[in-house]
Write a protein that binds this ligand. Structure first.
Ligand SMILES: Cc1cc2nc3c(=O)[nH]c(=O)nc-3n(C[C@H](O)[C@H](O)[C@H](O)COP(=O)(O)OP(=O)(O)OC[C@H]3O[C@@H](n4cnc5c(N)ncnc54)[C@H](O)[C@@H]3O)c2cc1C
Length: 409
């Protein structure tokens, strides 16, 4: 059975790869699959043979579904998962509306390891840490911590938060905001009965002073997962108190939640993870191109992390890279066509804009933002009446885990 585990897959010892991908998280692995399926000689390198447990994106919905479909990856990544059809939005103890949206949920490491299990057989994989790279406008060399080197025409950097190689070749990271947001994950269960009614629920903030954006519930295995998106400081005593008693913390910040989902209790430990917002600078270089989080991060509350990296993969692997490989050389001028791609630029700009916007709309106390929020609430109600899907058509989630997974972003 395919497990998603990497091993040192051998290939011709002296082969010069078309593409070396450093980083086998979701960006690097999906790029390797796309390029491998197109017939290129690809080598994918990562520190871990199996991607370890990691709290990150736990669901797919909206534009991400269309992107994965266009890349031909959706079926392999979602086979056997529960397919949600709707998202229900609620606030102040009431359902605002239900929209149709295909959605799936699974833990991040399961997502990456599923993707790894579907790498084409001829994609070479190497387990190990890359220590340094030497780049030029013709041939690139990647040096592993054990001293071995691997050569290729182009290096794709997909190292996520890992910044050491970027620094080594002079790419800088500009911090937009350290600890921009703080996302919590934990599980809940109904106090009575065995079902929550809504398969995918987005419950929105009730008070600005709480610095909460929204909460999303979805099923993960045998449990219902909660992602709570906030703009709290992880060093704040409030955060410590929430982590030690999420039942009380949740009831305080979202008192109306129980009216929508029924009496609930949290189970297991809660985890909180801050996310830094940063962008790269000085990245226009010979022989190397960046995709995913290593280039720019997105706030988890916006769902733009996955949208950004899938846009990078679509534009790089399906539009630009095939053209670059048609002619000799891999100059910075060639690679600039990807960074200057209007689709990529618009997506990156939207990720930055949405991160700032969601933070402001969730925390700002000026009159302008109060009025803005009032307008949103009216629009939400009107849209809710227009798009309402009868409650009987909501997929129901069984707490025994027979219908796995959903989430929000
Ligand atoms: C708490 C949290 C919640 C999130 N929620 C959402 C959400 O709801 N929706 C959404 O769209 N996005 C969300 N995101 C963002 C999303 O998870 C990221 O955009 C995505 O995981 C980035 O993937 P990546 O492949 O670029 O990086 P990673 O997954 O970090 O992969 C990087 C890989 O590079 C490898 N690596 C690094 N350095 C080296 C080296 N020197 N040598 C060899 N290998 C190396 C690492 O081992 C790793 O496997 C969330 C993020 C966080 C932190």
């Amino acid at each position: 059975m395919k497990t998603g585990a990497f091993s040192d897959r051998p290939s011709e010892a002296s082969r010069v790869n078309d593409i070396l991908i450093v980083g086998g998280g979701i960006s690097g692995t999906l790029a390797a699959t796309t390029l491998g399926r197109a017939g290129y000689r690809v080598c994918l390198i990562d520190r871990y043979p199996i991607y370890p447990p990691d709290f990150r994106a736990e669901h797919l919905d909206g534009p991400q579904i269309d992107q994965l479909h266009r890349l031909g990856l959706l079926d392999d990544l979602t086979r056997g998962l529960y397919r949600g059809e709707t998202v229900t939005t609620a606030r102040f103890g009431r359902v605002i509306g239900t929209d149709r949206t295909v959605n799936y949920g699974l833990r991040y490491e399961a997502f990456v390891n599923r993707a790894r299990a579907h790498l084409p057989a001829h994609v070479r994989t190497i387990v190990g840490r890359v220590n340094s790279i030497e780049t030029s406008d013709t041939l690139q060399r990647v040096r592993m911590s054990g001293g071995n080197t691997v050569a290729g025409r182009l290096v794709i950097l997909a190292t996520g938060h890992g910044n050491a190689i970027c620094q080594q070749i002079g790419i800088r990271r500009r911090m937009v905001r350290k600890a921009h947001s703080l996302t919590f994950e934990f599980n809940i269960e109904p106090v009575a009965g065995s079902l929550f009614e809504h398969s995918f629920l987005v419950y929105q903030r009730e008070r600005i002073r709480d610095q909460v954006d929204y909460l999303a519930t979805f099923t993960l295995g045998a449990t219902t997962r909660v992602n709570l998106f906030t703009y709290r400081d992880y060093r704040d005593p409030w955060t410590k108190a929430f982590l030690s008693d999420p039942d009380t913390g949740l009831a305080q910040v979202l008192p109306g939640l129980a009216s929508v989902i029924g009496p609930y209790r949290t189970i297991g430990p809660a985890v909180a993870r801050p996310v830094d917002l940063y962008v790269s600078e000085g990245y226009r270089r010979d022989g190397v191109v960046m995709i995913g989080d290593v280039f720019q991060t997105a706030c988890p509350a916006t769902g733009m992390g996955m949208v950004r990296l899938l846009t990078d993969i679509e534009q790089l692997c399906m539009v630009h890279l095939p053209r670059w490989l048609e002619t000799p050389g891999m100059s910075a001028a060639k690679i600039a066509t990807f960074y200057d791609d209007p689709v990529k630029q618009a997506c990156d700009a939207r990720a930055s804009h949405d991160a700032e916007y969601r933070r402001s709309v969730s925390t700002e106390t000026t009159l302008r933002w109060h009025l803005h929020r009032s307008r949103i609430r009216v629009t939400e109600r009107v849209n809710g009446w227009r798009n309402h899907v009868p409650a009987s058509s909501h997929p129901r989630i069984s707490m025994d885990g027979s219908e796995p997974s959903l989430a929000a972003g």
